[in-house]
Design a protein around this ligand. Structure first.
Ligand code: EPU
Length: 423
């Protein structure tokens, strides 16, 4: 299994292109099931999670071809569709549950394996299933699978009040509602840019959706959706991750395609820590103001708050900040698995429940480390860039799920980082 070797070093300088968003692409792809006509996504990221979603959709009968080395994904789901999403694929990636809404909307029936827990928390699907039940679905759990059937063969519009602004549930219900009979209103909907991107793609396909980007989304069901071509929005988490590279090592880096509106709350924290972010014609330019950053406190929240998907990376930055910072994780119950690994590099961190207290040290020291999830792995790479000596990050398959060519992108800015054969 491959590992990533990072040699801590000096400042970074250069440009990093930001890819299309993994989490947007993973919800846009199942939208193909809503139409008999082709859906083409451009600016797609080249990641193993995208290949897993491709496999899942192909197992359901979708025809998928990729062009431009995976940047363009062309999908067509005409004719007969298989309604069973098998555990073997779903267990690899939770986002597989995003086929539930589209299958149910199209076929009036779906069998989708429950994904099970994952390294960052239990992650149940009750908000998805309660919402679909309000739309007339009868849902039963048998042998690890959700069996869902629309009463009368077609979902009907409903007013759905979410107890929590779940990203996945908003996406599943929004897709399901596009073909339902009547109007669906989602109250307390998630407002993430990936939701806005999905709504904009569905509108291109002919859906009638209003209010995406706010906490009340209204969808007027239509009888059929058509063909569309849609560019995937930029990945705000990849963007935020690479913004932290010059923040942690010094230097100046420009993130091509970066947009301030995608990372507002994150930029406020960077500013307080002593990092300048400027919007340019090409993207975002990032530069640390002084030698050392200042400690800041962070609480993760649904968008537009500070994203949970940048918490691990922000912790890496706080490890060498001046002062003590408190990071509170409010979205997932178990998302501090990177803390003990960072501590192996000399970080001073205390975790208590959903709170981590980080006392900044002057310098981290390289060490062999491993990660249990995607964002944790990249936080260890960032820490390694700032550390004295070598850091070997193993279990790189986590990284490849969500970051394309991470070592090439950082190397282009002067980082000493390479992929090596591991045990
Ligand atoms: N939740 C429930 N019941 C539900 C749904 C969610 O209790 O029916 C809970 C979850 O257990 C979790 C919280 O609500 O504690 C947030 O879950 P949400 O549904 O909002 O997240 P998700 O759709 O499962 C997406 C991203 C995650 C990202 C979260 C939060 C995709 C494919 N995944 O997950 O991305 O952390 O939103 O922003 O879009 C990542 O990319 O590393 C990643 C984990």
């Amino acid at each position: 299994m491959d590992a990533i070797l990072v040699k801590g070093g000096g400042p970074l300088s250069g440009e990093i292109p930001i890819a299309g968003a993994k989490n947007a692409c993973l919800t846009l792809m199942p939208a193909t099931l809503l139409s008999e006509e082709p859906l083409t996504l451009t600016n797609a990221p080249r990641l193993s999670d995208i290949r897993t979603m491709t496999q899942l959709l192909q197992s359901l009968g979708a025809e998928i071809t990729t062009l431009q080395e995976g940047r363009v994904i062309s999908m067509s789901s005409h004719g007969t569709i298989n309604t069973r999403a098998e555990y073997d694929i779903v267990r690899k990636m939770r986002a597989s549950n995003l086929v539930l809404g589209p299958l149910l909307a199209r076929e009036g029936y779906a069998e989708v394996s429950l994904p099970g827990g994952c390294a960052i928390g239990a992650r149940p699907m009750d908000i998805h299933t309660d919402g679909l039940a309000k739309m007339g679905a009868e849902i039963e759990l048998r042998e690890g699978y959700l069996y869902a059937k629309a009463a009368g063969g077609r979902l009907k519009g409903a007013v759905i009040d979410f107890p929590f602004a779940s990203v996945g549930a908003t996406e599943n219900i929004m897709m399901a509602a596009t073909l339902a009979k009547g109007t669906t209103v989602i109250n307390n909907a998630a407002r993430e840019p990936e939701i806005v991107d999905l709504a904009s793609c569905l509108r291109r396909m002919g859906a009638q959706i209003e209010g995406d980007g706010t906490s009340r989304i209204t969808i007027q069901g239509v009888d059929r959706l058509g063909a569309a071509t849609h560019p995937v929005v930029a990945d705000r988490i990849e963007l935020g991750t690479y913004m932290l590279a010059p923040a942690i090592c010094g230097g100046e880096v420009e993130l091509l395609g970066g947009r301030l509106d995608l990372v507002g709350a994150f930029c406020e924290k960077l500013d307080a820590a002593g990092i300048d972010v400027t919007q340019t014609d090409k993207g975002l330019r990032v530069k640390r103001r002084n030698d050392r950053v200042q400690a800041v406190n962070v609480t993760t929240e649904p968008f537009p708050g500070f994203p949970t998907d940048l918490q691990a990376q922000m912790m890496a930055l706080m490890c060498t900040a001046e002062g003590t910072s408190v990071l509170e994780e409010r979205i997932f119950e178990n998302r501090f698995m990177h803390a003990p690994e960072l501590m192996r590099m000399g970080a001073k961190i205390e975790v208590s429940g959903g709170t981590a207290t980080v006392k900044g040290v002057k310098r981290l020291r390289g060490a062999p480390v491993m990660a249990t999830d995607l964002r944790a792995s990249v936080s260890l790479i960032l820490a390694g860039l700032a550390a004295e000596g070598d850091t070997l990050v193993s279990r790189v398959y986590h990284l490849d799920r969500g970051y394309e060519r991470v070592e090439e992108k950082l190397r282009a800015c002067g980082a000493q980082i390479e992929r090596v054969a591991g045990e």
